[in-house]
Design a protein around this ligand. Structure first.
Ligand code: ATP
Ligand code: ATP
Ligand code: MG
Ligand code: MG
Ligand code: MG
Ligand code: MG
Length: 256
């Protein structure tokens, strides 16, 4: 780079590097998606097309950034988890936050028409994002559990809420529905869903109740015409409980 008298201004830049030996989580979240989903007529409570689109965008991010070991998405958010020892961009926070967010956003827009073929984008979506570091696997798992529990709680609430609002025989206003649900616990919501709307919450699709987890897994590939097999790392997508130990016991190579 040419050396000029102006170059001293570079010294004003800050270099915030994320603590070593800690898991790095970058969480992005749709900006004002309450508005975005309403203007684009998303089906409520869950528009499957939007989840599929976000999952594809997240998959593209993981393909590009090999240091991401696992990602978790629900609603308008996605969390990307980097290996604790990764050295990417010297762990510079602004690089990671900005690159992940712009790559995800670009893929979300680029692939929009694959899922929303009949829906023209009225304006471009944007996503905010932050980096958080966790020093232990226990902390990281609690973080993932927190997002997964949030998915479940919001989905149960939104399912009954939209049943009340979209009830053909006696539709409720938004504030009436909020009022009805104000002091209900999850047992009461389940019961109301079943008795009033004939919906067994257990039978709702797992992707809505659990969210989506993308993770790296080693698979043994054997060519059909030979005995030679090799291990290949692939990205798997599941909609399973990530709070309990089962998922982590079955996938020890995520953080090997
Ligand atoms: P980094 O990720 O570190 O920024 P980089 O390859 O983007 O890597 P830059 O220093 O930002 O490195 O350089 C931008 C590159 O893009 C240069 O090679 C520059 O010549 C090229 N480039 C940028 N704009 C144009 C343009 N309008 N036409 C042709 N080439 C361009
Ligand atoms: P902020 O900019 O503060 O994040 P927001 O309006 O995006 O504001 P969130 O708490 O992120 O607020 O909520 C996301 C909104 O998008 C909720 O209203 C949620 O119901 C809606 N939403 C997200 N994904 C879907 C989906 N797949 N189908 C229907 N609605 C969705
Ligand atoms: Mg937000
Ligand atoms: Mg949002
Ligand atoms: Mg959100
Ligand atoms: Mg550049």
């Amino acid at each position: 780079m040419a050396c000029t008298k102006f170059e001293y201004v570079k010294k004003f830049e800050s270099f915030q590097s994320l603590l070593p030996n800690c898991y790095i989580v970058i969480r992005i979240d749709g900006h004002s998606f309450h508005r975005f989903t309403s203007i684009h007529n998303f089906k409520k409570p869950n528009d499957r097309r939007a989840l599929d689109l976000a999952n594809l965008a997240a998959m593209k991010v993981m393909e590009e950034f090999q240091d991401i070991r696992i990602a978790y998405g629900q609603s308008d958010e996605y969390s990307f988890v980097f290996d604790k020892n990764c050295k990417i961009y010297k762990r510079r926070e602004s690089k990671l936050v900005s690159l992940i967010t712009s790559l995800f956003t670009a893929n979300y827009v680029f692939n929009w028409s694959k899922y929303f073929s009949a829906v023209e984008l009225q304006y471009l979506p944007s996503f905010d994002s932050r980096a958080v570091i966790y020093p232990s696997l226990e902390n990281l798992r609690d973080y993932m559990s927190w997002r997964c529990a949030d998915c479940h709680i919001n989905n149960l609430y939104n399912t009954i809420f939209w049943c009340l609002v979209q009830d053909e025989s006696s539709p409720k206003t938004v504030s009436e529905a909020q009022d009805i649900l104000k002091d209900t616990d999850s047992g009461m919501k389940n019961e109301m869903l079943f008795s009033k709307f004939g919906i067994n919450y257990n039978n709702i699709e797992e992707i809505y109740k659990k969210g989506t987890v993308l993770y790296r897994k080693n698979e043994l590939l054997t060519k059909s015409d030979s005995n030679i097999s090799r291990v290949k790392s692939v990205i798997k997508m599941d909609h399973v409980d990530i709070i309990n130990d089962k998922f982590w016991k079955e996938n020890p190579e995520i953080f090997k």
